[in-house]
Structures are given as C-alpha cells and as structure tokens.
Ligand binder design. Sequence first.
Ligand SMILES: *[C@@H]1O[C@H](CO)[C@@H](O)[C@H](O)[C@H]1NC(C)=O
Ligand SMILES: *[C@@H]1O[C@H](CO)[C@@H](O)[C@H](O)[C@H]1NC(C)=O
Ligand SMILES: CC(=O)N[C@H]1CO[C@H](CO)[C@@H](O)[C@@H]1O
Length: 328
Amino acid sequence: MASSSALAVLATLALLLSPAAAACPQLEGIVRSTVQDALRQEIALAAGLLRIFFHDCFPNGCDASILLNTTSDRETAQGPNLTIQPRAMQLIETIRARAQAACGPTVSCADITLLATRAAVIASGGPWFPVPEGNLDSLAPAAQSKVLELPGPATDSVSALVAKFATRGLGDAADLVALSGAHTIGRSQCSSFSERTKRSDDTFSKKLAANCTKRPNMLQNLDVVTPDLFDNGYFKALTFNQGVFTSDMALVKDGATKGIVKQFADSKDAFFQQFARSMTKLANAPKTDGNKGEIRRFSCFRTNAQRVIETIVVDAVAEEEEGFVASA
Ligand SMILES: *[C@@H]1O[C@H](CO)[C@@H](O)[C@H](O)[C@H]1NC(C)=O
Ligand SMILES: *[C@@H]1O[C@H](CO)[C@@H](O)[C@H](O)[C@H]1NC(C)=O
Ligand SMILES: CC(=O)N[C@H]1CO[C@H](CO)[C@@H](O)[C@@H]1O
C-alpha cells in the first residue's frame, strides 16, 4: 500500500518533470546514444548543434523553424546563416526518426533540438541544464525581420549585444558572456573573422590570417586552448587576447563584461552555473504567437502539410506515368 502510493507519487513527479520522457521513455537513451556516436565521428557536430539551438530559439522561440528548408523563405537562406551545418541538421532528423520508430509521433523536432544540444554539451564535458518540453514545431520559417535580429560575430558592440539579448529575456551582461562561452567548442569559417584580422596586427591576429590564407576553407577553433573540450579555456584565451571574433575580444575589453570574463577564466564552476542558467533562459525565449504548431511526423525539414502536398503531387505524377505507360 505504502509502496504503491510512493510509486504513484514518483510517477506523478516524473510527469511533472518531463512530459516527453513520460510520452517516450526511450527518448533520453536514443538522444544520448545517437549524439555520442555522432560526436565520436565528428566532434564539430557539438558546435553545430549549439549553433542550431541558438539560431532556432533566438528569433522567435524554440520551434524548429530553422530546420524547415524546402522553401525559398527558409531561415538558412537568410542573414547570419553560414555556420548552420547540414550534418548537424541531419543528426536532429535522425533522432526524430528513431524516437518516432520507438514511440510514434510524440516528440517535436523543437524538443529534440533542445535535448540533442544538451546531450552534446554534456558529452563534451559541459553541464546539465533544464529545458522546457512540449514545444511545438512551427508551420513556417520565422519572419526575416526576426532572423536578422540574430547577433553577428563582427559588427555588434557589447552594449548593442546586451540590448539584443535583453529582448529575448537575457538581460544580464553575464548571460551574454556565458552564452559566448559556447565558443569553447566552437568553429568558424575564415570569412566570419576577416574583419578582426584586417584591423589588428598582433601576433595572434597575424597567425589567424596566415592560416586562413594557407587554407581558406579551414574551420578555425574558437577556443584555441582546449578546442574540443567544453570548459573555461575560451575565457582563459580571451584573457591572453586570443579571442577569434571581434565580438569575443570586445567582451574582454568592455567594462561591463571584462570582470565576468576574468571570473569565468578563474572558475569553471562559475562559468558552468551561469551557462546553465542562461541556456535555460534561451530555451524559454519568447514566441510571438505562443506555442502554436504541430509535431512534424515525416521529417524535421518540412511541415506535415508540405509532405501531404508532395505526396499528392508524386502520386498524381505516378498515375500519369502509369497512364502513359498503359496507353503506350
Ligand atoms: C534540408 O537539409 C538536409 C540536412 O542538411 C538536407 O539533407 C536536405 O537536402 C535539405 N533539403 C533541401 C530541400 O535543401
Ligand atoms: C594555425 O595553424 C597551425 C597548423 O595547423 C595550428 O597549429 C595553429 O594553432 C593555428 N593557429 C591558430 C591561431 O589557430
Ligand atoms: C548556407 C546558406 O544557405 N547560405 C545562404 C545565407 O544567406 C545568403 C543570403 O543572405 C545566401 O546567399 C546564402 O546562400
């Protein structure tokens, strides 16, 4: 009796804590093993997932709108998009297919994006953080005006960045500094920091420029201390003036943020605590029209309606072709 009511309490707690886990008990294991296997093949996928998480949640809340890629208004064709990795997008879709095979269409691509990003942070050595579940998948890409509000690597000053982040519920300078700490496992194309290397002539900038001249398509590590490990090496590098982006260097120069950079360089725990808080805030970024949408059932890359239209078109073409063959 006592134990069955204890079980009931536990079951209720589990429901409260995690609706997705209740709908699909295998989900967590599927996410963890798929992400770990993928990172063993290609460690840069962790940075790719973080990038997708950020670019999905910042414009209009976490709704997997960035993954929709069949129409010309897709977000990956707009603005600051060059660092969205197709293979990281594919990893999210692979998890969706596996979760759906195990549990039916119970988990959205938006939730999978959050869970996969957290799994990648943990697999790289970083902290766990709570994420909201039950996010629905959007029926269309986010408006271009919202996508263009994403911060760029080169152009924004610290005060402009803090103001931008504040519009998404991330109003503390510590949020900006901690989320920039995702660069601890980040990679970048040369074009994203050519501005910085053109304007500076210190040894580090010269080395960056020389590497890019030699191999223009290389991916530069953003944490030059411990590139594959989620730790506070990025902040240590900043204190040696070895930040790759102009916006990285600005953090260690600006009065509003340099003390926080120093604090995180000195204490991995301080960084992890703030990073976890800020990631949860970003995962709860505002959605203009509330939590509206669907659970994508066929692919994270298209809405269910698009799939139905495509199927009708394909069937119609197939019938026409059959008719053609029959009459030939
Ligand atoms: C959408 O993205 C996936 C993953 O990158 C890719 O495999 C697919 O070809 C893309 N589809 C279109 C229409 O661009
Ligand atoms: C430039 O390339 C060399 C050789 O790959 C590498 O060891 C070095 O760390 C790179 N420099 C920077 C600043 O990343
Ligand atoms: C990878 C990708 O889709 N890049 C696009 C980013 O957006 C610009 C326009 O802003 C396009 O020209 C690129 O093709």
